[in-house]
Write a protein that binds this ligand. Sequence first.
Ligand code: TXA
Ligand code: MG
Length: 328
Amino acid sequence: MSAEPCTRIVKAGSEAATAAAQCLAAGGLVAFPTETVYGLGADATNGSAVARLYAAKGRPSFNPLIAHVADLAAARRLARFDPTAMRLAQAFWPGPLTLVLPRMPDCPVSDLATAGLDSIAVRVPDHPVARELIATFGKPIVAPSANRSGHVSPTTAAHVLADLRGRIDLVIDGGRTSVGVESTIVACLDKPTLLRPGGLAREAITALLGHPLAEAPLVQEVEEDEAPLAPGMLASHYAPQARLRLEATSVEADEALLAFGPAVEHSAAMLNLSVRGDLVEAAANLFSHLRALDASGAKAIAVMPVPEQGLGEAINDRLRRAAAPRGH
Ligand code: TXA
Ligand code: MG
């Protein structure tokens, strides 16, 4: 009989950072909390570690990864910052903003991690565990969300284990993540373009820049043979088993209900994103509530309308993806 592959679980702390950094240096895979969602980290400069990471996630290898670094100085060794990118980084890092920028000619990140593109996604996370790990390891860490490809992103260590136990080396348990949806992605290649709404509200970015962001072309408009701008934006990406019915104004007896706002009654499974209608709280609850309602075994989940402002834009984006037909 072959031994069960095992995944170590360690509580956050300085010993965890040391053990995790050693694991990364040996080419291993480490899941760790960031302020947005848990990431699955690998040494960004080690092509075979990155290959193992894609395999563990079951992720199509054309989908490039975000390089996580300690600060702006470290990011500037990987990517070229124009004045707009500098302003965004200075205003919002560390924090839930990823910048897609031209890759430096001597950028040490493996070509596999950037899927052969001449751009690179970089981010400085704002979570003490992520920051300590990056500082201890001393090199960029590529980290997609720590879920199987096509599944909902993890906001607790238990979510990570549900998807990846036995497939990765170590999980640092740092409790629940605070933001709850992935980082906002802005490309500064030509004019600043929103590639993915996320944990930093669009309004905060446009207020700083003083003008609107350009929009990424819709995935449907992208030719099949051309890599989409943010390939993770494929229509069906964050998929629970249950069918999602969006903008529900009523609920069937056999549906689970994902509520938003005050006082709703429902006899079957129900969870509320935020009783007081707070979009920040709703974002933090989104993925764990989706997982829990999915686990209730309901065939369908009715989702109440969520306003399209602030973090509501990212919430609605993830809900639409979770509701999209499967099959790619
Ligand atoms: O909050 C987050 O961003 C989390 C935490 C762990 O940092 N990470 C995350 O990574 O959400 P992932 O791999 O699930 O999503 C990264 C997205 C994908 O949609 C990918 O296609 C896009 O970033 N991306 C990465 N590099 C890119 C590039 N050079 N050009 C365009 N899109 C890129
Ligand atoms: Mg992901």
